[in-house]
Design a protein around this ligand. Structure first.
Ligand code: NAD
Length: 286
């Protein structure tokens, strides 16, 4: 059964739009500032699409384009300035940032409440204590889709492939908080299949196309594919695929997220919901 991320996201968006309209009606408009450092045409296109999505839902959106050679200090100062600007309710950083930028240190400067992507160390740390202020977007999206599919988490064997600070670890922690028995696999895991085969819930966030094949999956498992990979096709065109070999795994899994139309749209919807939540906290109503 395919998990329709687009439909699930639409529900989140509708609820979010209502909250945003309410804030505007009481004179507290939601204002997201996105920083784009030395953008490529693809990044600019993505930012433009995001701007459109925000405006449609009633969020005021400002794209702050900064030069490629901006120093770490200058970028951190820009983020600090936005963090204390009372007209700004949310801040996000378009990735990737240039190589010379220390991403974690820039994220550290984002005000905890305005951190709509949930990437500041504080927001990731709060997941540990189940006291979420602003949830890490992609991790939350994975959990939302498991919930949308109606798959019970409590007591389930859950396996997360990928252990990054922003994606894999928060997903594992959120599953643990929901009382799953969680294993986390990574690049040094000796026998990946041994672990994934046991999973009732398998979340894959490794960034490696085709990593998970049918024989990694327990029949009937819920498989959430977080990976995004651009791969060349025989005709020379590029295609976006996940980490899961979709055609083979859909024959074995009980639930599976497609790409496109799975985790991606839900991550965007969670980002918008977080943007609302930031503004609500700042307005003193959350
Ligand atoms: P990352 O490179 O920071 O971390 C990758 C993790 O996967 C590491 O822990 C690594 O040890 C593990 N890994 C890599 N190869 C592996 C292998 N062969 N076997 C087992 N483990 C392996 O990446 P990230 O930022 O966590 O992102 C992971 C994937 O999720 C990427 O494809 C990224 O594009 C995607 N992503 C998707 C969304 C979304 O909205 N759908 C959002 C963020 C990231």
């Amino acid at each position: 059964m395919l998990i329709d991320g687009t439909a699930a996201a639409a529900k989140v968006r509708a609820e979010t739009a209502a909250g945003i309209a309410h804030l505007r009606s009481i004179g507290k408009p939601v204002h997201l500032v996105a920083l784009l450092v030395g953008g490529t045409p693809a990044a600019e296109l993505y930012a433009e699409r995001q701007a459109e999505g925000c405006r449609k839902i009633g969020i005021d959106y400002t794209l702050l384009a900064l030069p490629e050679d901006i120093s770490n200090r200058e970028l951190r100062q820009e983020v600090k300035r936005l963090s204390v600007d009372p007209t700004v309710t949310g801040i996000m950083l378009h990735m990737p940032l240039p190589h010379h930028i220390d991403v974690a240190r820039v994220q550290y400067e984002i005000d905890v409440v305005k951190d709509v992507e949930g990437v500041s160390p504080a927001n990731i740390g709060y997941v540990f204590y189940r006291r979420v202020v602003i949830a890490p977007c992609t991790a939350m999206a994975a959990l939302e889709l498991i919930d949308y599919a109606g798959v019970p988490v409590e007591g389930a064997e859950a396996v997360v492939v990928g252990a990054s600070h922003i994606v894999g670890k928060p997903i594992a922690m959120m599953l643990l908080e929901k009382m799953a028995t969680v294993s986390v696999c990574h690049i040094r895991t000796r026998d990946l299949k041994l672990h994934t085969k046991r999973a009732d819930i398998l979340v894959v966030a490794a960034g490696k196309a085709g990593l998970i094949t049918a024989d990694h999956v327990k029949p009937g498992a819920c498989v959430i594919d977080v990976g995004i990979n651009r791969v060349a096709q025989p005709d020379g065109t590029m295609k976006t695929v996940g980490d899961v070999a979709f055609d083979a795994v859909k024959e074995v899994a009980g639930h599976l997220t497609p790409i496109p139309g799975g985790v991606g749209p839900m991550t965007v919807a969670v980002l918008l919901r977080n943007t609302l939540r930031s503004a609500q906290i700042l307005a003193g109503i959350a």
